[in-house]
Ligand binder design. Structure first.
Ligand SMILES: NC(=O)c1ccc[n+]([C@@H]2O[C@H](COP(=O)([O-])OP(=O)(O)OC[C@H]3O[C@@H](n4cnc5c(N)ncnc54)[C@H](O)[C@@H]3O)[C@@H](O)[C@H]2O)c1
Length: 435
């Protein structure tokens, strides 16, 4: 490419992005990719969605959604055919970044997809990674792959990292109104990244590099993991001292400055908090550094399900019953209130532990009608509808997730024993044990 062509490539792309004539490819149409693809479509861009899951592709082409909180307002042009990447001016990667069995980062989805896209990459495209990952991924993993195809990053192809922020089930924020951080590999990459997101997001926050953007996302998630860990540790200490931790946190939260309440629970769940912080500790180790808060929070939070089951077993024993052979109902299968997302949900871990201790377990969750397909867990169960007669059938009701849809008065009136991990029942009651 001649040097004078560089501004031309960039200017052409900027013009297409600003004029909304650019074609936006969103790769990975899950919790992050689907709302983003919808947002671009809503703003008038032609969108091509890529996913390897043919069921998802079929649903979108037919105008159906598969995520309860993301209504599909218009049909999406979705495909599993990467050769269509050449049609796109922007390729936004929203792919899973899980942990491998050894709890180390598994970048195989991102790197495998990048490899598959490379043959279809062309001059004048912007590639933006949104998956949460360790600082340096964009520079160390994606940039060399693009360069190996003969493209100059920042000249022919523009490369960015822009982490996703999402709070499913929170009606106050939608994709457009959540400020979005963006870092570019070069100043030209950043300029293109800002143009890409600036059309569909109200506030785009530029940072000086992709590493800063990657690290800022990890800081946000580590912040949550550590504070949830602190709340859980406080819970165990308060419990040992006969103090109600929820009352303590509510009282502390009246301080108008310098205190942010975090709440204890039966563990940590969801796609991000139990996973992402360990991307940081892994990368830190490679620099000879130790992410001690991350590791400690992981230890405390991972110990919670066992601790809760211990409280449940003790409560049954105090009533002359045994956990083995008892009938337990887990309330709430999703990892947090008012959503149907069961990924990494501690409720599932609680069910596994109950079964391991010989209990018979069922669940009730209005957002999860049937126990979903999961890689590591299998229960052939349907959600139990809550009614006075069936609540009374269980030896214990384990409140794992405090959905607004539950009738808490009905549960309290009819349950023999409630083990409350969410601080729903503040008033002491003979049939309520806090855990
Ligand atoms: N869910 C959240 O609230 C959230 C918030 C912020 C950041 N993130 C991060 O965003 C990334 C994506 O998360 P998610 O929750 O959307 O995951 P997800 O599992 O819901 O979606 C990922 C999608 O990618 C698809 N996919 C997998 N391999 C593919 C391939 N080779 N080609 C095309 N599609 C492929 C899957 O079928 C799936 O539809 C992760 O790094 C996650 O940590 C998630």
């Amino acid at each position: 490419m001649k040097p004078q062509d560089v501004p031309l490539v960039k200017e052409t792309l900027l013009r297409k992005l600003a004029g909304r004539s650019a074609v936006v490819g969103v790769v990975g149409l899950g919790y992050v990719g689907l709302p983003l693809a919808q947002r671009y479509a809503e703003a008038g861009y032609r969108v091509v969605g890529f996913d390897i899951d043919s069921e998802k592709v079929k649903a979108l082409v037919e105008g159906r959604t598969y995520l309860a909180h993301v209504p599909v307002r218009r049909r999406l042009d979705a495909t599993s055919d990467y050769s269509r990447a050449g049609e796109c001016d922007a390729l936004i990667l929203c792919l899973p970044t899980p942990l491998a069995a050894n709890r180390e980062p598994d970048l195989s989805f991102v790197l495998g997809t990048m490899e598959a896209l490379l043959p279809h990459l062309r001059r004048g495209q912007v590639v933006s990674l949104e998956s949460t990952t360790w600082p340096g991924t964009t520079e160390e993993e994606l940039k060399p792959r693009i360069e190996a195809r003969g493209f100059e990053v920042g000249g022919d192809v523009f490369l960015c990292y822009s982490p996703e922020r999402e709070d499913p089930g929170n009606p106050e924020y939608v994709t457009r109104t959540i400020p979005k951080i963006c870092g570019g590999t070069t100043p030209a990459c950043l300029e293109v990244g800002l143009a890409l997101y600036g059309q569909v997001i109200d506030q785009v926050v530029p940072v000086s590099s992709t590493r800063v953007a990657e690290m800022s996302k990890l800081l946000e998630n580590v912040h949550r993991a550590v504070n949830i860990g602190l709340a859980n540790e406080m819970k165990v200490i308060c419990d040992g001292m006969g103090i109600d931790v929820h009352e303590v946190i509510r009282a502390a939260a009246t301080k108008p400055f310098g205190f942010v309440p975090y709440w204890p629970g039966p563990g940590f769940g969801g796609h991000c908090i139990p996973v992402d912080p360990f991307y940081l500790s892994w990368k830190a180790r490679r620099h000879g550094l130790e992410a001690r808060f991350v590791e400690l929070a992981g230890e405390v939070n991972r110990a919670m399900p066992e601790w809760v089951i211990g409280k449940l077993a003790a409560a049954l024993e105090a009533r002359g019953a045994k956990l083995a052979g008892s009938r337990c109902l887990v309330l709430g299968l999703a990892y947090k209130r008012n959503v149907g997302d069961t990924r990494e949900s501690p409720a599932v871990e609680l069910m596994e532990l109950l079964v391991r201790r010989g209990a018979r377990v069922e669940y009730s969750d209005p957002h999860v009608p049937a126990f979903p397909k999961m890689r590591a867990h299998r229960f052939e169960l349907q959600s139990v509808p809550l009614a006075a007669q069936n609540i009374a059938l269980y030896d214990a009701v384990l409140l794992a997730t405090d959905h607004a849809a539950f009738d808490y008065a009905l549960i309290k009136e009819n349950a023999r024993l409630i083990v409350d991990t969410r601080g729903v029942y503040l008033e002491p009651a003979a049939n309520v044990v806090k855990a």
